[in-house]
Write a protein that binds this ligand. Structure first.
Ligand code: ATP
Length: 608
């Protein structure tokens, strides 16, 4: 099946751009914040408790220097001058109470915050998984599995790192900064002015860091996602890579992407290397100025020593969190960039929408009508210009034609992986857009080329066709399509794990298993994308036999690659450029002088 990727539209469209314009950046940020709000909303009560706890623990921390000030300026003179130790004892006890209460509250806050963080992560992980299953095939064909893996792994990991490690600390540190500044102003507003002056260059430096690192972190996330995409692509296509000796090329490509990732990481570290020392310098200079100015005022008798000591402690404390926040900023930026991507994925809407009021179809007969269907992928070229095709219930159709003629597209429309751009696809007279997905999936089953087997036993794999089927029904389905014999010969029969040694099946056997699965599902319409891979002749015969049993009494559309399959069809449709150019029974077409007759003649010649 040829499927070039069209440019993506929707919420993930600008995912690879790391330098977004102002509007796009704002939209993305709003979307992330909305998601965050949405994720936090079930935890409001826990958040409120965490808020109270963090305030108590911060109050405990800022009380320290203030108590030092009153101890030096009030309690010590009282002890030295009047031999009164009452105040000293009182402040000592208060200091101990503040320390213990602050410590206990901090511990409880960390546990509470961890509970919220884990809840949020669990919710997000589930949402991403549910969304990837909900989105239509159209999305998956362009978004690629590598990207999804990167959302579910490295992006969620970045969020986990932030929530687990940094965020709790950052919140309490920021609160500490506010409390420290307020306490300093109350204690001695002049020292507060010194701090305010220092805050200006610190804020400018932080803003500069913020703006630059936003771009760098987006770049880093994109580089990491590209690396994962390449890795997944190479691993899933390992057969092709080795068959075509592409190892050195893929290695070179992967090396290039790894190098981009390293560069992106280095850039963020370089930025940090300037931000951190810059802040440290501002902090130390401020302490120096506060000390010089305070010392001068103490000498002049306008400031008490205890107040100076406390003011210096506050100034120093004010800058400690900034440095920590700077460090956490890495994790924060990474997580923010990750959240942007995850929120983009979650904001995607499936292109195939479930009807609001579905028309019930309890007993489908399997009559199909493609009523003047026009179709194009996204805003690409028209693939089917005007297809009008009526298939009576119970008829087996073989679709043949050149590659890219639109055969698989017809299959995707009938199974409603895509919706027609114009016109209607009707099943038993009902537009497939009006059927619930449950009814449609029950009525129309697609057996794909790759005949995918899920991890688990043979029995479980067949039962996917109808999960409530009994063992006897599963066995009956396997017998019907001719799969029972080889299943019996497997080490544990129907309980053999398909991924374990001995459970490995050949491609023909794999097809028979997928036939059994479809037989068990017993749909009114079967769409079969026939494997192009040539099977050995006995294998092929077995598969043909299984296929015939499967097709009996139901409508079937087979995208046929083998002329032996075409022979068992009631009707053959030859497609070219999205149109049906020949339509008739196999015998009629062979007898004629059209494309199919020529194709058939060439095939017969090849057999001689
Ligand atoms: N997901 C897609 N996005 C954009 N274009 C697509 C997509 N899938 C198929 N096409 C295009 O639609 C046209 C019909 O493709 P389709 O897969 O239906 O052909 P086909 O007859 O099944 O070919 P084949 O026998 O090679 O599988 C082709 O030109 C193809 O490039």
């Amino acid at each position: 099946m040829s499927a070039p990727t069209a440019p993506r539209a929707g919420a993930t469209a600008n995912e690879d751009d790391f330098d977004l314009d102002r509007d796009a950046s704002r939209t993305v940020r709003r979307r992330s914040l909305r998601l965050l709000g949405n994720l936090l909303s079930p935890h409001l009560k826990k958040l409120a408790i965490a808020g109270v706890l963090v305030v108590i623990s911060t109050l405990g921390q800022v009380a320290g220097p203030a108590l030092v000030a009153v101890t030096i300026d009030r309690a010590l003179p009282a002890l030295l001058e009047r031999d009164d130790s009452g105040l000293l004892t009182l402040y000592g006890v208060l200091y101990a109470v503040a320390a213990v209460a602050g410590g206990l509250a901090a511990g409880a806050y960390i546990r509470q915050a961890a509970r919220i963080a884990q809840g949020v992560l669990l919710d997000l992980r589930r949402r991403v998984f549910r969304q990837t299953q909900r989105l239509s095939l159209e999305f998956h064909e362009t978004y690629t599995s590598g990207r999804i893996i990167s959302r579910q792994t490295s992006d969620l990991e970045a969020l986990r790192e932030l929530l687990d490690g940094g965020l709790t600390g950052v919140i309490s540190q920021m609160l500490l900064m506010v409390f420290v500044a307020v306490s300093l102003v109350i204690l001695d507003w002049r020292s507060g002015v010194v701090l305010a002056c220092a805050f200006i260059p610190a804020a400018i430096l932080t803003r500069w860091f913020q703006l630059r690192s936003q771009v760098f972190y987006r770049e880093q996330r994109t580089a990491s996602a590209r690396l994962i995409v390449k890795f997944v692509e190479t691993m899933t296509g390992m057969r092709a890579v080795q068959a075509f000796r592409r190892e050195s090329t893929t290695e070179r490509d992967f090396g290039g992407l790894s190098d981009d990732y390293r560069e992106a990481n280095l850039k963020t570290f370089g930025l940090n290397g300037r931000f951190q020392p810059g802040l440290m310098l501002i902090g130390n200079l401020t302490v120096t100025v506060a000390l010089a100015y305070g010392g001068w005022r103490v000498l002049g008798g306008t400031m008490e020593v205890g107040v100076l000591a406390a003011a210096l402690l506050y100034v120093k404390r004010f800058f400690q969190p900034i440095q920590q926040i700077g460090m956490f900023y890495n994790a924060f930026q990474s997580a923010a960039a990750a959240l942007e991507k995850v929120s983009g994925l979650l904001a995607e809407e499936p292109s195939v929408v479930e009807p609001k009021r579905p028309t019930p179809l309890p007993e489908p007969r399997g009559e199909l009508h493609l009523d003047h269907v026009r179709f194009q992928y996204g805003d690409g070229p028209t693939v089917l210009p005007d297809l009008d095709l009526h298939i009576p219930a119970g008829q087996t159709i073989a679709l043949v034609g050149t590659t890219g003629a639109g055969k698989s597209t017809v299959a995707k429309l009938v199974t409603r992986f895509y919706d027609a751009t114009d016109g209607h696809v009707r099943l038993d007279g009902i537009d497939v857009r009006d059927l619930s997905s449950t009814d449609l999936r029950r009525a129309v089953v697609m057996v794909t080329q790759e005949a995918y087997l899920f991890s688990g036993s043979v029995r479980e794999n067949i039962a996917l066709g109808r999960p409530d089927a009994s063992m006897a029904e599963i066995e009956q389905a396997a017998r019907a399509v001719g799969a029972h014999e080889f299943i019996e010969q497997m080490p544990d029969g129907y309980d053999t794990d398909v991924n374990k040694r001995g459970g490995r099946v050949s491609s023909g056997q794999r097809q028979l298993l997928s036939f059994a699965r479809a037989f068990l599902a017993d749909p009114a319409v079967l769409v079969l994308d026939e494997a192009t891979s040539s099977l050995d002749i006995p294998g092929e015969r077995q598969v043909q036999h299984g296929l015939q049993t499967l097709l009996a009494d139901r409508t079937a559309i087979i995208i046929a690659h083998r002329l032996s399959t075409v022979a068992i069809a009631d009707r053959v449709l030859v497609m070219a450029h999205g149109q049906i150019v020949e339509d008739g029974t196999p015998a009629d077409l062979i007898a004629g002088d059209g494309r199919f007759a020529a194709l058939h003649a060439a095939w017969q010649d090849s057999l001689v």
